[in-house]
Design a protein. Sequence first.
Length: 368
Amino acid sequence: MTTELPKTMHAIVLTGHGGLDKLVFHNNWPTPVPEVDDVLIRVGACGLNNTDVNTRSAWYSKGNMEATTGDALAGAAGEDGTWGGTSVSFPRIQGADVAGIVVAVGQQADAVLIGQRVLVDGWLRDWSDPMNLDKTSYFGSECDGGYAEYTKVSQRQVHPIDCALSDAELATFACSYVTAENMLNRAQVAAGDTVLVTGASGGVGSALVQLANRRDAVVVALCGADKAKAVNDLGPAAVLERNAADLRPRLQAAIGRDTVDVVADVIGGVLWPQLIDTIARGGRYTCAGAIAGPVVEFDLRTFYLRDLIFTGATVAPPGVFADLVRYIEQDEIRPLLAATFPLSQFHAAQQAFIDKHHVGNIVVCPGT
């Protein structure tokens, strides 16, 4: 089933690995046509995320040893420049965090979705084998995403949502909050656990603070001093400056103990050995990013003598996104919308995202 739609649209098209110049604004890109079980979404807003920056710059390549900068990286190779370790095909429309309205459906998709406001679950699966991590891909990476006026996706990926939040506010949730909830699930965070959150002013970090609070954990947030007030408004037990050289004494002063049960990390970099040193015996470390640098110094004795448990957290299992929608509808978490940009100013939007002077997330709105 279809409705009358424009044949072309505005879109940001990634033409290859490299700098911001590889992202090209088009005003006559072909509007996607929904296939058999697809829905077509008119994009109200799409949030920015680190995966898009890292894919564009080929940061995921094992040839890269640098922090996330958004620049074309010397030594990085396109062949393994994506999150999944395979090459990406170009041209590609990135953008995973879509909020919008379903305007058309494929022949076998449910027409009742037309007119509904939806969010998109970015983890694409083989639904005959949904727990097989080797059969997953990501919306906006292995297929076109939401940096455009329209996007299409299987109806199984869309979740109708009923709330008073704007599209721009809703577009701050998907990637960051699913990532954060997956991290907390992987680390089995429960009420009473003390959780140290790095990068607490960013999209995933601020989501970790809220979602760990929701579990009645004791949250200690690490962030830059200039963002401490905004992060403190999220309700952690304590906020510490991220570059403190004396992390354990500062923990002791802030919460009455110098260790934590869980470190939830999206930063890595030079602070990493100190983070690991704060984990109590039998504690857990969970990681879903390394924007301060992917190569770290690690003393294995700390790991095995303290009986620590390490988990990576990338592919979220089915059900996490539905949980997120429920939290939003029940006002258990709130958006942190730092700024909105029109799609035509995408370079400025992504540069602001990379510069990290904001708290929360930045979105683009194709209709503005």
